[in-house]
Design a binder for this molecule. Structure first.
Ligand code: GLU
Length: 513
């Protein structure tokens, strides 16, 4: 096998013609629309608008098993609610489409074939069993795990014959065995990573879908993206991307890796500690301009350091020089303060309109009528019945979860397992909510009413309230799940207990097939 040298030595990248600034976000439609996605969307939008450029949305749905159109729709709804409109992408279209990666498979195939022809990529027939063995041996020897290049030695005739026989295979990229990959990040300067740390990445999976690394490079190039502004967790992937740009003879876009948002305790923002879904903030009564303003202060500040600014003002003054790298803390308490500033500055008419648009309107309230009408003697009975549905429930206490038959462990397990199940639900449907609860109650050997007790408390703060499944349907997925998680947090789960419960839940899921 010839030793490969750094391909930048030989290939001469084309010089890019001067183009307008084009930025993008590439969210994966695999769950709730994350505040991290809104954060990246805001910075990409502000940078593009500052330079009179375009902001593109591309859907990264290369993980066919985890992607869903429900999640994709939620991403678009969240961006629309925030008022971050995209110049090109799904729905609006554009000249560089399609903008869903699952609709671009022939493009990736064509590019990967080009790499194979140039011996910059190669088919790999290794089974997952062989790869597992390889990895465990590497671990035993204390080596960094990575593909050992077994299929690099296959002759052309054998490869052809195995492909013709329909043998399952992936396409991997070749990586130089010596030298360093050098690249520049606009916020960090020059970065150098030795090629020995870079794995021979799979580019095309056995199902014909590209991996992120192939798709991101091909699409950023073909879509004319000039600036890649994304989370810092992608820095270590840059060498793979740079190699691909060099193999194709394309110029690299400018790279900007933004700091990751963090919980108030400095850990990486996670839904176990804080609500992370944009839809939660919408349903909980935050204003989109307040959320965007708050995200705009994450690692960035206005030249005059004022705390309250619009995204138009942000884009007008946007300058990468003003980005700071320390992990910005996303603190819902601070966001609440800022939201209050926005709410209080509205005119009474505008305030009323916002309240109506949010939830106090006939459409939104109609589903409550059948629940409360039968339980009412006076109109004044309404408010105490729906307090937890229209606003927050009373403050939770650990004592509220005490039950005469259920042990605290059973309460915790019910909350944990039910919220884990709800996290995976793509469609918020009453029957499914009931089915999941029945399955889990049976698994825990509890009556359904017992199983639902801690759920009730977490949702309503009290054990007597409107029917629990109707309440959940009314509250919707985001508010329900956050309340269940809050309940769990209040009961004080340690990391170890969480791990144990996660494991138990996984075993339950596997047992139900
Ligand atoms: N799907 C990736 C993400 O959402 C995209 C990363 C990128 O922007 O290159 O984090």
């Amino acid at each position: 096998m010839p030793i490969m040298t750094n391909p930048t030595d030989s290939a001469s990248p084309q010089t890019a013609p001067p183009t307008a600034v084009r930025t993008r976000i590439a969210p994966s439609p695999t769950g709730d629309p994350h505040v991290g996605t809104a954060y990246m969307a805001l910075f990409n939008w502000a940078f593009a608008k500052h330079h009179g450029g375009q902001f593109v949305v591309r859907i990264e749905d290369t993980d066919a098993a985890r992607s869903s159109s429900a999640s994709e729709t939620k991403i678009f709804d969240a961006l629309r609610w925030l008022g971050l409109s995209w110049d090109e992408g799904p729905i609006v279209g554009g000249p560089a489409g399609p903008y869903r990666q699952s609709e671009r498979l022939p493009i990736y195939r064509e590019h990967v074939d080009q790499l194979i022809a140039a011996e910059q990529a190669f088919p790999c027939f290794c089974t997952s069993q062989r790869l597992d063995e390889m990895r465990s041996q590497q671990r035993e020897r204390g080596e960094t795990s990575g593909y050992d290049g077994a299929c690099l030695g296959l002759g052309a005739a054998e490869v052809e014959q195995r492909i013709a026989a329909g043998e399952s295979h992936v396409i991997r990229m070749r990586v130089p065995t010596e030298g360093d990959c050098e690249f520049r990040d606009e916020l960090r300067g020059e970065i150098s990573i030795p090629f020995t740390q870079i794995d021979m990445q799979v580019l095309l999976k056995a199902d014909g879908f590209p991996t992120y690394h192939l798709a991101v490079v091909v699409d950023d190039h073909l879509m004319g993206i000039t600036h890649v502004i994304r989370g810092e967790e992608w820095i270590n992937s840059v060498p793979k991307h740079k190699l691909l740009y060099d193999y194709f003879g394309w110029p690299m876009p400018t790279l900007v890796h933004m700091p990751l948002l963090r919980n108030p305790d400095s850990s990486k923002l996670s839904k176990r500690k804080n609500p992370t879904s944009v839809t939660y903030y919408e349903r909980a009564g935050y204003l989109p301009e307040a959320l965007l303003n708050y995200l705009g202060t994450m690692g960035w500040s206005m030249p005059d350091e004022r705390e309250i600014f619009s995204i138009q003002e942000m884009s007008e003054h946007f300058d990468l020089e003003r980005v700071t790298l320390g992990g910005p803390i996303f603190d819902p308490v601070k966001l609440g303060w800022l939201n209050g500033q926005y709410l209080r500055s509205l005119s009474p008419e505008a305030f009323m309109q916002r309240v109506a648009d949010w939830a106090i309107n006939t459409d939104h309230l109609a589903p409550l009528v059948p629940l409360i009408q039968q339980r009412t003697e006076r109109l004044a009975d309404l408010a105490p019945q729906v307090d937890y549905l229209l606003g927050d429930r009373v403050a939770l206490t650990a004592e509220a979860f005490a039950h005469k038959k259920m042990t605290p462990e059973q309460c915790v397990a019910a909350l944990h397992h039910y919220s884990s199940a709800l996290d995976e639900l793509r469609i918020w449907d009453r029957e499914v909510l009931v089915e999941l609860a029945e399955g889990l109650a049976k698994h825990q050997e509890l009556k359904l009413s017992e199983f639902l007790f801690p759920i009730f408390i977490a949702l309503a703060g009290r054990s007597v309230a409107l029917p629990v499944f109707d309440s959940m349907v009314f509250l919707g997925s985001d508010l329900t799940r956050v309340r269940l998680r809050d309940g769990l947090q209040l009961l004080g789960l340690s990391k170890k207990q969480t791990k144990k419960l996660d494991k138990a839940y996984l075993a339950y899921v596997q047992s139900t097939g």
